[in-house]
Design a protein around this ligand. Structure first.
Ligand SMILES: Cc1ncc(COP(=O)(O)O)c(C=O)c1O
Length: 364
């Protein structure tokens, strides 16, 4: 047998069928693709980003990188609880990015069968993680304006009996949030665990964290990626310790490295600065939305996150024309029928937004 034949026989057919998560190679121009905090680029060299870099360098210099990390991560967890208002009664699980948290929850809840349900279009990793552990994945389409189709969602829950439901709030890639009463209806109808993914909470200012104690089957997941630590990789899940303790059993024993823990802990000392950046991004998001509305043939969708999704007459042509001008955005047109001819534009620093708007004016 050759390699291809071994693979065909060995790798599960559903894994062979799935597409790997697409990652663009490093980009030297303006990168407004993955909702990072561009204020912290070395080239933008602000005094605070320099201070953060120095603090990280000092902490890393003393880090016990020759030792396995302490998975309890007491310093980092205490800092997270302090800065991000995680209630003392809630359990807290760390992952190497929330991508890893998604994998852990999927493994704990659906490995070997069981259904995962998510709304679509939404974050693609939910499907991939379910497939990776032999779960069934069911996507329920949003309405054409990306609002939640509650009737269809409740019908799918009744029919499919999902063990796990992912709700992204505000949603990626559409940018909108759902009504709290709609989320509540889903939570009450769910026969299993509901995880509210608040990756974009720093830009939305709304959270389900304060309501966790009302429901026996809800946890909140967040990430530090969108507020400056995308490269550090740190996501977290919190809620009733009983849930967290179960999911913790499938965690790789030393999943968050010494360097990740040390870097995140000292960077969080500058949390006020990260929040200031988030506020700047919110202001730029509103400006971007207004500017996009002025362009011919462009329909931006209102966003509560640090990106704006917009529909173009020919998104592929606009994507390529922006790329030719050194500007990288995300073309998700093929992701779902509702996403046809859309581009997702992350919010960068004001100069980057100026460059984007000027480029779009030229192109269109
Ligand atoms: C909704 C949502 N959840 C989770 C993630 C993953 O974030 P992380 O970088 O923590 O793995 C993203 C990243 O874009 C996201 O948009």
């Amino acid at each position: 047998m050759n390699t291809a034949e071994f693979i065909t026989k060995t790798i599960r057919p559903e894994v062979q069928a799935v597409k790997a998560y697409p990652v663009t190679p490093p980009w030297t121009g303006i990168k407004i693709e993955l909702m990072e905090d561009n204020h912290l680029d070395v080239a933008n060299n602000t005094a605070t980003s320099a201070a953060m870099r120095e603090a990280v360098a000092h902490a890393v210099a003393d880090a016990a990188f020759n030792r396995y990390p302490d998975p309890a991560a007491p310093a980092l967890k205490a800092k997270l609880r302090e800065k991000l208002d995680i209630a003392p009664e809630h359990g807290l699980l760390l992952g190497s990015g929330s991508d890893e948290v998604i994998a852990m929850v999927s493994q704990a809840a659906v490995a070997g069968g069981g259904t995962v349900l998510s709304l679509e279009p939404s974050f693609a990793v939910f499907r991939n993680a379910a497939v990776a552990c032999a779960g069934r994945y069911v996507g329920v389409s949003l309405n054409a304006d990306f609002s939640l189709n509650l009737d269809a969602t409740l019908a799918a829950i009744a029919r499919e009996q999902p063990k796990l439901i992912w709700l992204v709030y505000p949603n990626n890639p559409t940018g909108n949030s759902y009504g709290d009463e709609q989320i509540e209806a889903i939570v009450r109808a769910a026969p299993g665990l509901v995880i509210i993914d608040e990756a974009y909470e720093p830009f939305a200012g709304r959270s389900w964290a304060s309501r966790l104690n009302e429901f026996p089957n809800v946890l909140v997941m967040r990430t530090l990626s969108k507020i400056g630590l995308a490269g550090v990789r740190l996501g977290y899940l919190f809620g009733a310790p009983e849930w967290i303790n179960q999911i913790d059993k499938v965690r790789a024993p030393f999943n968050v490295s010494v360097l990740q823990q040390v870097a995140a802990t000292v960077i969080l000392d500058h949390y006020d600065e990260l929040k200031r950046h988030a506020a700047l991004m919110v202001a730029e998001r509103e400006r971007l939305f207004v500017e996009l509305q002025k362009l011919p043939g462009v329909t931006p969708f209102p966003s509560k996150a640090n990106f704006v999704l917009a529909r173009f007459a020919d998104s592929a042509a606009v994507f390529e024309a922006l790329k030719a001008r050194g500007i990288l955005v995300r073309n998700l047109s093929a992701m779902h029928p509702l996403m046809a001819n859309t581009l997702r534009i992350s919010v960068g620093i004001p100069a980057e937004m100026d460059a984007l708007i000027n480029a779009l004016k030229e192109i269109l």
